[in-house]
Design a protein around this ligand. Structure first.
Ligand SMILES: Nc1ncnc2c1ncn2[C@@H]1O[C@H](COP(=O)(O)OP(=O)(O)OP(=O)(O)O)[C@@H](O)[C@H]1O
Length: 667
């Protein structure tokens, strides 16, 4: 037992309970009050038993009426107290389950909220990322376990208080003796429990190693390989050595536990003996009834039992306190949330009114305005008056839309002019700059290919353009507006991206697309159109028998089916396509595709890029040829810019890379 763990309980478990209590006041109050009530009910139950025993031992004389008058009240009190104990115990269990699951949900949500809202730069800090991962994992099973043990402990303490109150009825010395014996036996048991848990934890790694060896030894290929080298005996000896070590450790721990158990029992028996002796002397002098003697003995036995049971939850809390302290410390850190992304999850953004894109003042003061939007509300390939998604209006007609007053003025699919002025970037903790004085203008609706050798800074630049990183030097503007001052939500809504390491959501086909526009209800046509744009329409056809758009994708889901890397990649493109983004960033979007699909994707890409400003990063220079402009990066600096033809004529870095690649394919 060390001081650090107590400090961890004070720094971790207590603040977390306070935090949960503040958020769920009523449930937390019920969770605390019910064990108290249960503890309090011990007193009337024991008092009634004492009265009944005294009545029976005193002989029940007189008539039936006298009997009823004397025996009925304690009998009723006993019955009501026991009934209430049963009811309160059931309510308590239900309250505990509800409290724990809600508390875990609350804390997990807080952790997720931080993960979602924190600037990406902080994620690049490995220390922060580790703390986040640890907090996320502790906020699940471990927190649930600690809360369960806190609850068990609370119940035991309340019951113990009730039993002490019962014992105190016989006199203060009985209560004092009981408390002393409880503390000594609880302490010894707690020590053994903690030692045992520590040992289990320490032996976990060697136990896992022994299991791995055992499994390996039993495999035919191991027997074959090891027999050739004659090392089978060596493997078996290592496995046996690990097992022997663990057996010796456990044997020592068991012997220690038996010795402590004998000490605990001796202390308890001595306490019981002394107290009974005093009670008998008191009985003899007439200061005590037989009923009192019986219930005090009963209370003492129950208390000794509790001293053993209480060691278990305390030991568990004690062992897990360090992790819980880490979680509390993580939640106690300043959130550093990015702009208005720090909103609570499930707040107004999700499922709230969608800000439709109409020119300022279109909606009338103080009320919504209905607008007619033609089918194909927005067309391919040009700036649009209204930022309405394709297919939002019904086929062949118009659709009226309600636009809240003050809706943001913006035209989607119109692209954006992005300007970087002398931008530099340094990763947190890095000594060197990754980008040095990059000045670049990406025009409205232009497609720019970013090429360069590994580590040149292409992905870093792409993330800066998406607003995922903030420049550490220089300035970035969108249509002349400083990006640092643009509302984050508006910024995010206007960008879309597909990265090489895109996410594979093991859920339905529809979800995989709809996650591109969280909180919006997507009609089937919109999902299909996004799939079509990404050249992924055959995925729906493949799932026709499994629910079409609602068919599950991926092997994890029951009944789900696995997709190839290329199919997943096209799903990621569909997710990007469904967003009304003005800037689209594609970072190696074709990495998982075979040549056939890659060339097919080219057409999808043209559709996706249409009318937007696009930056794509690719090592396959064949793609770069089709960009309006190619920008070559080296060591974080722009070294060349131009079209494919001008760069080839210039015979510089791009031309060299292109020729090398062409040679490779030809050769
Ligand atoms: N989180 C990070 N922390 C510190 N340095 C980083 C981090 N991420 C990337 N870097 C460094 O920044 C430099 C540029 O990386 P970046 O990923 O932008 O290059 P790239 O041109 O996209 O490379 P590739 O073609 O291999 O994808 C590299 O030297 C890389 O080691």
């Amino acid at each position: 037992m060390n001081v650090n763990s107590y400090a961890a309980i004070r720094r971790g478990v207590v603040p977390l309970l306070v935090r949960i209590g503040r958020e769920m006041t009523v449930l937390a109050a019920v969770w605390l009050a019910l064990p108290l009530l249960l503890g309090a009910l011990v007193v009337p139950s024991y008092a009634a038993q004492k009265r009944l025993i005294d009545l029976f031992l005193g002989g029940i004389g007189g008539n039936w009426r006298d009997l009823l008058v004397t025996a009925l009240p304690p009998l009723i009190l006993f019955t009501v107290a026991e009934l209430l104990r049963v009811v309160v115990t059931s309510c308590q269990r239900a309250a505990d389950v509800s409290y724990r699951s809600r508390a875990v949900r609350l804390i997990r949500l807080e952790v997720f909220q931080r993960a979602v809202g924190v600037p990406l730069e902080r994620m690049d800090d490995s220390g922060y990322y580790d703390r986040l991962r640890r907090a996320e994992s502790v906020a699940g099973e471990e927190l649930l376990g600690v809360l369960q043990n806190v609850f068990s402990l609370l119940r035991l303490v309340c019951e113990l208080c009730g039993l002490l109150a019962v014992t105190a009825m016989a006199g203060p010395y009985a209560a004092l003796a009981l408390t002393a014996v409880f503390i000594v036996s609880f302490w010894i048991r707690l020590e053994s429990d903690v030692v045992k848990r520590r040992l289990n934890r320490d032996l976990t790694a060697s136990g896992r190693h022994a299991d791995d060896l055992r499994e390996a030894i039993a495999k035919p290929e191991t027997i074959r390989d090891m027999r050739i080298g004659g090392s089978m005996k060596y493997l078996i000896d290592r496995w046996a050595g690990l097992l022997d070590h663990s057996l010796v450790q456990r044997g020592n721990a068991n012997r220690r536990e038996i010795r402590r158990g004998i000490v605990v029992s001796t202390v308890q028996i001595a306490g019981l003996f002394g107290t009974i002796l005093l009670l008998i002397l008191q009985l003899k002098s007439g200061g005590m009834t037989a009923g009192m003697l019986v219930i005090v003995l009963q209370a003492m036995r129950q208390t000794y039992h509790l001293s053993g049971t209480a060691a278990f939850p305390v030991g568990k809390i004690y062992i897990q306190s360090a992790k819980i302290a880490d979680l509390a410390a993580f939640l106690g850190e300043p959130a550093h949330l990015e702009g208005n992304e720090g909103r609570r999850l499930g707040g107004t953004e999700c499922g709230g009114t969608k800000a439709l894109d109409v020119p300022d003042g279109e909606a009338e003061y103080g009320g919504p305005k209905t607008l007619s939007v033609p089918y194909w509300g927005a067309e391919y390939g040009g700036p649009k008056a209204l930022g309405v998604q394709y297919g939002q209006a019904e086929y062949g007609g118009t659709q009226t839309l309600s636009v809240p007053y003050g809706a943001e003025a913006r035209s989607s699919f119109a692209g954006v002019r992005v300007e970087l002025e002398d931008v530099s970037y340094r990763y947190a903790g890095a000594d060197e700059l990754t980008l040095h004085g990059v000045s670049l203008t990406v025009k409205l609706g232009e497609t720019v290919a970013l090429v360069g050798e590994n580590g040149a800074g292409k992905s870093t630049l792409a993330k800066l353009l998406l607003g995922l990183y903030q420049p550490t030097g220089g300035r970035m503007t969108w249509d002349g507006e400083d990006c640092g001052t643009i509302d984050r939500t508006r910024f995010r809504r206007s960008t879309s991206a597909v990265f090489q390491d895109f996410v594979r959501f093991e859920t339905t086909l529809r979800d995989n697309v709809a996650f591109g526009v969280p909180g919006e209800t997507l009609r089937d046509e919109a999902v299909c159109r996004a799939l079509q744009t990404a050249g992924a329409e055959e995925l729906e056809r493949e799932l026709l028998d499994a629910g079409g758009l609602d068919g599950r994708v991926g092997l994890v889901a029951a009944g789900g089916r696995g997709w190839s890397g290329g199919q997943w990649q096209r799903l990621a493109l569909a997710r990007a396509a469904v967003r009304e983004a003005r800037l689209l960033v594609l970072d190696e979007p074709t990495a998982a595709l075979d040549p056939q699909h890659e060339s097919e994707l080219y057409h999808s890409f043209r559709r996706l890029a249409s009318g937007r400003t696009v930056l794509f990063v690719s090592h396959r220079l064949g793609w770069a040829r089709f960009a309006d402009r190619i920008v070559v990066l080296r060591d974080g600096r722009i070294v060349e810019e131009g079209t494919h033809d001008t760069l080839m004529q210039a015979g510089g870095e791009y031309a060299a890379m292109f020729r090398t690649q062409a040679e490779w394919y030809r050769g």
